[in-house]
Design a protein around this ligand. Structure first.
Ligand SMILES: [Zn+2]
Ligand SMILES: [Zn+2]
Length: 287
């Protein structure tokens, strides 16, 4: 019996561990080492000794579990559903192009979809209830990348799947690119004022994304880009300020989130419960 439990636990941990790919972990490791190094030099290492960072660690662990048991099965289920009932939805616009063309086109299209999905999360109240969890961290650090509500992860997966139906899938992303993309995501949440020099005119730098996490009222709904800043420039949401924000997190009026992982995950459900209850109350009063 004991042996069986250990073997189930081992399989579980193995399938979770597989969700963190090597290039992704290398991207995280290199970025984190650089962030710690700069933080020591700036005498700001104390910012990692916070309870809120523990919450980020819990989200990071959850990310693997979520990917293994929700994201992957859900993507397979959606793919089977489309193949079985609506194969015409697969437009595959880049399917027959050579890799040197399909790869940049794939990232351009995926980044465009990501921009609008992110912007929608800030625009629509119900989506914001989930997304504000990512913005609740006042001490942003590389692990904040993973501070995402499970419902938002599902939303992102549906978006990525829809985009891949329309534009098609690329055969394989070179591991170096996977590592660089992961490093870029972790660096964006580093709270180190890196600008990437001239490259920062095109690529989302830590300074650019930091402004998206700013708690200042002037910074609400700016800098939604994930990889490229062109969408923010084209659609008028770019805000480039030559310094780090003075504070991160939610603006005061929005700051009603609990600090723990479980408290935050249940937060949107409580909000929905409360608003449904008050709607019902209103309805009963009027009938
Ligand atoms: Zn956001
Ligand atoms: Zn972020």
């Amino acid at each position: 019996m004991m042996q069986r439990i250990v073997s189930i636990l081992y399989d579980f941990l193995l399938s979770v561990a597989r969700m963190y790919t090597l290039p992704q972990l290398l991207g995280f490791g290199v970025t984190s080492a650089a962030v710690v190094f700069v933080s020591v030099r700036q005498r700001r290492l104390g910012r990692f000794a916070r309870r809120a960072v523990l919450t980020d660690i819990t989200y990071s662990a959850w990310f693997g579990v979520h990917a293994a048991f929700i994201t992957v099965p859900m993507s397979l289920w959606l793919a089977n559903l489309v193949s079985g009932y609506a194969p015409f939805l697969r437009l595959g616009l880049i399917d027959n192009l050579p890799a040197w063309m399909s790869l940049p086109l794939f990232f351009l299209a995926a980044d465009f979809v990501q921009y609008w999905m992110h912007r929608a999360m800030h625009q629509w109240k119900w989506l914001w209830t989930f997304h504000k969890i990512h913005h609740s961290q006042r001490e942003i650090n590389p692990l904040t990348t993973w501070r995402t509500h499970p419902v938002e992860l599902i939303y992102a997966n549906i978006g990525a799947f829809t985009a891949s139906l329309l534009i098609g899938n690329i055969k394989a992303i070179p591991p170096l690119l996977v590592g660089l993309l992961a490093a870029s995501q972790f660096a964006q949440h580093s709270d180190i004022d890196w600008t990437y020099g001239p490259l920062g005119r095109f690529i989302v730098s830590p300074r650019f994304h930091a402004r998206h996490h700013s708690a200042e009222a002037a910074d609400i709904r700016v800098n939604f880009g994930g990889l490229l800043i062109i969408w923010d420039l084209i659609f008028g949401t770019a805000r480039r300020v030559p310094e780090r924000p003075t504070a991160y997190g939610l603006v005061d009026a929005e700051n009603d989130l609990p600090g723990s992982f479980l408290g935050q995950v249940s937060y949107p459900l409580l909000v929905f419960w409360k608003s449904t209850a008050s709607l019902l109350k209103e309805f009963r009063r009027n009938t």
